[in-house]
Write a protein that binds this ligand. Structure first.
Ligand code: FPP
Length: 255
């Protein structure tokens, strides 16, 4: 069956949360002799397509790495262009998000984004906060190490204020201070463009995630590629530190 029709995937094996490192916009543009920003522009089209595709394929949470804390170091015109693409995306897309009942969330230090981006972001967040079926989380000014520092600081403040007890510290209590407090851990992390790096993305949350590095530049990534990635994920055995035998049902499934 073609990958764009993943009806053959057991619904129980569809990853609830897919997180994507969208890489390769610059190379896509260079291959065509275009400025890098054209790659990002085309990348936004892919974002639109994949937000819908993931929902149609049964994914409940989609996290997209749109701007990292390190990305500020790119040339100022590229940073400016990415910010204005983001602003336009949020402004234009809010209608579709509402129509498709998509809840928007962000992870990252969004308070450091330019004012006009924050304004559009807040509008979109407010207009979609009540949806529950499908969540799009945009990682904006995000970095795992920054997130851990922010969480440690907030946790220390909570301990100092008596809201948390240091002796009761556990992953369950500490993880509530991460940006992702109300998001499940990603089941599948995809990086496009063929690079095999994690680049400071969801380092703690992806502790048990499956990783797929797909040699397709982000502007060329389609619903069919996502469907194929989901089918590959469904064939993998996730053990969470247990043995394969422990995971096998002791009673054979009814015929
Ligand atoms: C990586 O490609 C991509 C980025 C750093 C930015 C991703 C942003 C978008 C797809 C558009 C804005 C997002 C939204 C949600 C509207 P690269 O530039 O590192 O590519 P290269 O490695 O080929 O140079």
């Amino acid at each position: 069956m073609p990958a764009s029709h993943p009806a053959h995937v057991d619904p129980a094996k569809i990853p609830a949360h897919v997180a994507i490192i969208m890489d390769g916009n610059g190379r896509w543009a260079r291959q065509r002799g275009l400025p890098r920003i054209e790659g990002h522009r085309r990348g936004v089209e892919t974002v639109r397509e994949i937000v819908d595709a993931a929902r149609e394929l049964g994914v409940r949470y989609l996290t997209l790495y749109a701007f990292s804390v390190e990305n500020w170091q790119r040339p100022a015109d590229e940073v400016g262009a990415l910010m204005s693409l983001l602003e336009i995306f949020l402004k234009r897309e809010v209608k579709n998000l509402i129509k498709n009942r998509v809840r928007l969330r962000t992870i990252g230090r969004t308070h450091e984004l330019p004012g006009p981006v924050q304004t559009q972001l807040q509008r979109a967040l407010d207009a979609t906060a009540h949806f529950t079926d499908y969540t799009l989380a945009l990682a904006l000014n995000y970095g795992s190490r920054t997130e851990i520092v922010d969480a440690a600081r907030a946790y220390a403040a909570a301990v100092a204020a008596g809201r948390e007890k240091l002796n009761d510290s556990s992953w369950a209590t500490f993880s509530r201070y991460l940006y992702t407090a109300d998001l499940p851990d990603p089941d599948l992390v995809i990086r496009t463009s063929g690079e095999t790096r994690v680049s400071n993305f969801l380092l703690l949350q992806a502790a048990y995630a499956e990783f797929l590095f797909i040699p397709v530049l982000w502007p060329d990534f389609t619903k069919a590629h996502l469907a194929e990635a989901i089918a590959t994920f469904a064939r993998r055995e996730r053990r969470f530190g247990l043995t394969g035998e422990q995971l096998k049902p002791t009673v054979p499934p009814a015929k």
